[in-house]
Design a protein around this ligand. Sequence first.
Ligand SMILES: Cc1cc2nc3c(=O)[nH]c(=O)nc-3n(C[C@H](O)[C@H](O)[C@H](O)COP(=O)(O)OP(=O)(O)OC[C@H]3O[C@@H](n4cnc5c(N)ncnc54)[C@H](O)[C@@H]3O)c2cc1C
Length: 384
Amino acid sequence: MELLDTAVVPEHAHELKREAREFAEAHIAPNAAEHYESGAYPWEILEQAMDVGLVAQDIGEEYGGSGWDLHQILAVAEEFYRADAGIALTLQLASFGTAIVEEYGSETQKETYLRPVAENEQISGLAVSEPETGSDLAGMETTAEKDGDEWVLNGEKYWVGNGVEADWVTLYAKTGDDETNRYGNFSMFIVPTDTEGYDAEHVPEKMGFRASKQAHIELNDARLPEENLIGTEGAGFYMLAEFFNYGRIVVGGHGIGLAAAAIEEAAEFVHGRRAFGRNVSEFQAVQHILADMVTEFHAARTLNWQAADRVADNDAAGHWAAMAKVKSTETATACAERGMQLHGGRSVLTENRIARVYRDVRVPVIYEGANEIQRNLIYNQARW
Ligand SMILES: Cc1cc2nc3c(=O)[nH]c(=O)nc-3n(C[C@H](O)[C@H](O)[C@H](O)COP(=O)(O)OP(=O)(O)OC[C@H]3O[C@@H](n4cnc5c(N)ncnc54)[C@H](O)[C@@H]3O)c2cc1C
């Protein structure tokens, strides 16, 4: 059964989707179990993906990228995540945060920072979350204070993908203290990771997404030239809100890829496993579970692709992006849970793909804004 068919995918993304499938089958899927066990950063696979033009190509052509649009990024996400979430996240995060520089940065910033990422000489990251704050974007405590013609950064960031490996990160910091304008107190900065006062180490080992690496960053009087501010001072919250609308469509794709993996694994298992003198797939109760899984999958996927259109058209983007993220990532958790049950005792063998998927699906319901926050957005941004 082809779950990730092209029926809902616009034609301009078909060729890229085919290339992503080919790459995922040749390089991601065969290495997934090994990376899961070792938890090693998949440098080799990242470089192979760079060689075939599948990394950081969301950056525009004028800065050396391929200018992939949201639909193309989503198509790649579905394929990569079906093969393995941890490796997929590493490949997709190589240009994380660059969209903010591309949208709001100066020409000099774009030439200096975007081009090396697009040309796969550097990788980036996005540093927003903190040890004490994740969901409350207006409650972050890392500060950036102006001192002459420099910004001085102090504070901590947590969970930052590539925070150790990246050459630079787009970082969110507090630049104001206006109680009456809570959302206007934050700004975005380009922070090279070799800046004095920037120290990063990996967060402890995770149970899922093991081939991706996140960092705990400490900023102690890290000084940046004033030109490293991105766009307007005080506009950081709004920049992020827009950025996350796009990101949540792609995270929906993470859920879709994982859900597809769970359904494939479950279907294959029950069609080969025998009990009571017949294939397990012959029990109607089992067939109904698979029927529900595939129905939910297509409902989520259709919503996700429709939401991609809405976000691309800036039509109630926040509302649709949040719905897509909730539905697709929770379809993944539901499919993984059912897939585990259908595997019986073998479900808990860590060497089995279903056990990997089961652990990975815990993450997209959290990152890019926990689903509870998404529900707040769905309600608050609806035109009731
Ligand atoms: C593998 C991984 C990769 C990540 N990558 C990055 C990255 O590259 N860059 C980055 O900046 N961050 C990253 N994150 C961080 C992620 O975005 C945060 O974990 C997420 O936003 C939730 O924040 P928190 O963990 O601090 O949870 P908290 O904010 O402490 O919330 C805990 C829980 O409380 C509940 N909750 C909180 N607020 C509300 C509310 N208003 N209403 C109802 N319920 C609520 C929710 O259930 C929530 O899950 C990553 C996280 C993971 C796990």
